[in-house]
Design a protein around this ligand. Structure first.
Ligand code: GLA
Length: 411
């Protein structure tokens, strides 16, 4: 049935496109919407063009259902997933990037602007004696953009050892003083998380959010807890405390995530950790585990799925939150020549295939996959060419891999 509707829409689109002289690559969401509207409003035009049913059927035979879907968000939506990218104001200020994001994605994560480094007002904190959260201009700009463009938002991130100002941990917010006590730090953590959710609510943005990273990167590959000022001051239960507080203030509609990298080397650690995040009635304080998925073409996907399956079995959600697939291995980048980009396309195909297969057969509760950008030259790991498009915004084998078009994915 889905297939038939697809064919009808594709047929209607081809007619409208022919009329306005565009090729399929140039179709935007608005064009598509317009094509569907004109197809239903102007029945004469459509019926004239579709009179020769046999010809239409022949054309349709040649087009696989997959090839008609030109957008990642449309493919993912068929499996109940959002398609995300990280976002900066630089991206929305550039017309080409902006158009590509609107076309392909329906969820965003701010690359930086919601990290702790950008969330506090030091002067106001000193003046009031409490940690004061202030939403910066870039964050507001992106939230307004998300609202206007119907984009869902992942919040990233509240508690992290990195990109967090040091002064928030000291008496009177002055690093020349000693660290605050556990009680004071817990009070600051509570106030911080409360202000974030209350602020989003007051400013009318809360409904954009469907997931929020409460804690980022707290565990090491050897299973030990990473050192941080949070841990040093509050103690090892700072993770439980953060989730407990977030549960108090976040609306039900926002899933609370623990987010980490090198996840395939942390399987048992993640499983054990998630099991500790329960309230006194045994209910999870956590909704999902974010797999950052900063991967390499040299990675072993079997290992990767072992971690996916182990975490999924706990009954929590899993999302890929920062997906990029580097050419080569850690500190051994490969050039973006065809042989390597083809391997990347295959890797992407196999990864997404394995995830969608699990989602479809009900063994994986996943509602979004977020790529950490789209164009190689904008990536934080640009030397590894890890994304779906080259710098000219041409789709790579990896794009077709993500789109599950196997014959174009480098195979
Ligand atoms: C980590 C963080 C992200 C980002 C990347 C680098 O994965 O979670 O927010 O800083 O590193 O861009």
């Amino acid at each position: 049935m889905k297939k038939i509707i697809c064919y009808l829409l594709a047929g209607a689109m081809i007619i409208s496109l022919a009329a306005c002289g565009k090729n399929v690559d140039q179709v935007s969401s608005e064009d598509e919407a317009q094509a569907v509207i004109s197809a239903s409003e102007d029945s004469t035009e459509v019926s004239t063009e579709t009179e020769n049913d046999e010809n239409v059927a022949e054309v349709e035979e040649d087009i696989t259902a997959q090839e008609e879907i030109l957008r990642i968000k449309e493919l993912f939506a068929q499996h109940g997933l959002k398609a995300g990218t990280c976002l900066s104001t630089q991206m929305i200020d550039n017309d080409d990037y902006n158009a590509l994001i609107l076309d392909q994605f329906n969820s965003i994560t701010m690359e930086n602007s919601m990290k702790p480094d950008y969330l506090f007002n030091k002067q106001d904190s000193i003046a009031s004696g409490d940690l004061v959260v202030e939403f910066n201009q870039d964050m507001i700009k992106m939230l307004n953009w998300a609202k206007t463009n119907n984009m869902a938002v992942r919040g990233h991130t509240l508690v992290w050892h990195s990109q967090t100002p040091d002064w928030i941990f000291y008496k009177d917010f002055d690093t020349k003083n000693g660290l605050v006590t556990r009680e004071e730090m817990l009070a600051r953590l509570d106030s911080y998380i409360r202000q974030v959710f209350e602020g989003l609510e007051e400013k009318g943005y809360i409904d954009l959010f469907y997931a929020y990273d409460v804690v980022n990167e707290a565990w090491m590959e050897d299973g030990t807890m990473r050192d941080s000022k949070w841990k040093e001051i509050i103690g090892d239960d700072y993770l439980w405390q953060a989730f407990n507080i977030a549960n108090k203030y976040a609306p039900e509609s926002i899933d609370l995530y623990y987010n980490d990298y090198n996840e395939q080397f942390k399987t048992e650690t993640l499983v054990d950790f998630v099991e500790t995040l329960k309230d006194e009635d045994g209910n999870y304080l956590i909704d999902g585990v974010g797999f950052q998925a900063h991967l390499y073409t040299s990675d072993n996907l079997k290992d990767y799925f072992r971690t996916v399956d182990a975490v999924a079995k706990l009954g929590v959600k899993v999302q890929l939150t920062e997906l990029d697939v580097c050419l080569g291995a850690y500190k051994k980048p490969l050039f973006a020549v065809e042989e390597n980009t083809k391997a990347q396309g295959q890797f992407m195909y196999d990864l997404i295939y394995g995830l969608l297969e699990r989602v479809d057969n009900g063994t994986l509760n996943m509602d979004a996959i977020t790529f950490w950008g789209f164009a190689d030259d904008l990536s934080w790991r640009k030397e590894y060419s890890p994304l779906l498009y080259n710098k000219k915004l041409e789709p790579k084998f990896a794009y077709y891999g993500a789109m599950q078009i196997k014959e174009k994915a480098g195979y």
